[in-house]
Design a protein around this ligand. Structure first.
Ligand SMILES: N[C@@H](CCC(=O)N[C@@H](CS)C(=O)NCC(=O)O)C(=O)O
Length: 279
């Protein structure tokens, strides 16, 4: 059960915010859901959009501009929050890349984070059950995408759970968190200092172990400030080549890391998922 916090008419559908009690995260969680009017069928495919560092469920809905195309394609788009929330939830004050707003879509094992920072369980379990219970969703047709930290979430959660998320794409994803500062900081504190525990959350490692039957779409701006230090898409490209994973990596000339970049290519991603989920 979730409470409807707001509902706004948008491109012939409704942009909603829900709030519910999350057992996985031990707090109240919000999520945004765009639900197109369903004219011909009772249920629609779903695209889960995972946001990046510092975001809530609101950033994608106000800045990515996906609603017009989602309405045209008859696609439900769901954007969860990026971490547990609330005064009782531990945080790292003044650190934008750890704690609240930086859940990294994993299940923490270390104190004090392990009580609440369980975004992997949240997205793969509770969130999907909530979508099924609250929305006119066809749960056999769910895809996943995300931006930056959310791109890391989309890639890893798809590779680990291809039966839940049938299609996958990402915008400027963190593809090798075990090798870059954002990832090393988060993984060592949420999971402990032993790097062997981190591999299950590294898309480049996962794809080498078990490539997906689904082709992966990645867009990456060449003018992204984080490109060389944090993102390094060529590590993923190399892993995909070596494991036989089908990948379309598009280096987009002059685009940065912002939602101007995401909003430019979101239509391509929605069409990519809709074609594969409805084909
Ligand atoms: N300087 C940035 C660093 C974090 C960042 O770039 N976050 C990206 C995702 S990794 C984002 O989507 N920020 C929120 C927004 O642009 O609306 C900030 O503090 O917002």
């Amino acid at each position: 059960m979730a409470d409807l916090v707001s509902e706004t008419r948008c491109f012939g559908g409704s942009q909603r915010t829900y709030e519910h009690r999350s057992d996985s995260c031990g707090c109240a969680m919000r999520l945004a859901a765009y639900v197109p009017d369903l004219l011909e069928s009772a249920t629609a495919p779903v695209l889960v959009y995972l946001s990046g560092l510092t975001c809530t469920e609101e950033n994608a809905t106000t800045k990515a501009g996906f609603q017009r195309v989602a309405a045209e394609l008859g696609l439900i788009v769901v954007a969860p929050d990026t971490s547990p929330r609330g005064d009782h939830v531990p945080d790292a004050e003044d650190e934008y890349d750890f704690g609240k707003g930086a859940g990294f879509y994993l299940d923490a094992t270390e104190e004090p984070w392990c009580e609440n920072y369980r975004m992997k369980s949240y997205v793969t379990g509770e969130l999907l059950r909530l979508i099924e219970g609250e929305l006119p969703a066809d749960m056999a047709r769910v895809g996943i995408t995300g931006h930056s930290m959310g791109g890391h979430g989309a890639l890893t959660l798809h590779l680990k759970n291809p039966e839940l998320f049938k299609t996958v794409s990402a915008f400027a994803p963190i593809v090798a968190p075990t090798e870059v500062p954002w990832g090393q900081k988060a993984l060592s504190r949420y999971l402990g200092e032993d790097p062997s525990r981190w591999a299950a959350y590294d898309a480049s490692r996962l794809v080498r172990e078990a490539p997906s039957a689904a082709e992966i779409l990645v867009d990456q701006g060449t003018a992204d400030n984080f490109l060389e230090e944090q993102l390094r898409p060529h590590l993923f490209e190399e892993a995909c080549r070596e494991s036989g994973q089908k990948l379309t990596l598009r280096m987009q000339e002059g685009y940065d890391h912002s939602y101007y970049f995401v909003s430019t290519f979101i239509e391509d991603h929605l069409r990519w998922h809709a074609e594969r989920l409805t084909g």
